[in-house]
Design a binder for this molecule. Structure first.
Ligand SMILES: [Zn+2]
Length: 181
């Protein structure tokens, strides 16, 4: 059962599959920022009330998701022989899905994936890229996926077990859709 986020020091937040302890640092002498420091997420703000910490932290997650997920997507699509050009990628908040592939080949990834372990992210990206060939969950689809990632089932199980915790914990900083080309 995922508890509502409080955005106070001591609370844990997932980033790339690891729990990080949140440290809220109220200071007007230091620059406003979010930093990963020895396994801790340090948020420094001049006025660090919960709303401000929440906004700053979620904006940081969004920025990390934009960068990490689009880099990973380019890297993985670049090594698949059926992907000729860089397929269109959109990051879109979804309540229950990690990703999807539209019939015209646009791939959507949930930015909340930035909280999941790297191999789980890889699994979701590969799953969606395999849908460019097989727009279904047929045996041919799973054969293709297994060839690319033999251990996909354990990655899926791990992601499913984290789903409630991660999806509930990921709140939008702004209501928006990020498009990457
Ligand atoms: Zn699928």
């Amino acid at each position: 059962m995922a508890l509502p986020r409080e955005y106070v020091s001591g609370e844990t937040h997932f980033y790339l599959g690891r729990r990080h302890k949140l440290i809220v640092n109220e200071s007007s002498a230091q620059p406003s920022e979010v930093k990963l420091l020895r396994g801790k997420l340090v948020v420094t703000l001049p006025v660090a009330d919960r709303a401000a910490v929440r906004r700053r932290l979620n904006a940081w997650y969004d920025a990390r998701a934009d960068e990490y997920l689009s880099d990973k997507f380019s890297e993985i699509s670049g090594r698949l022989n059926w992907v000729e050009a860089h397929p269109p990628l959109k990051l879109m908040r979804m309540r229950t899905q990690w990703g999807s592939c539209s019939p015209d080949g646009v791939i959507y990834l949930n930015p909340a994936l930035i909280r999941a372990p790297r191999h789980c992210i890889e699994y979701v990206i590969l799953h969606e890229l395999c849908h460019l060939v097989e727009h279904n969950h047929s045996k041919r689809f799973f054969d293709l996926l297994t060839k690319q990632m033999p251990a996909w089932e354990s990655a899926k199980r791990e992601l499913d077990s984290l789903a409630e915790l991660i999806l509930a914990g990921h709140e939008p900083a702004f209501n928006r859709t990020v498009s990457q080309q």
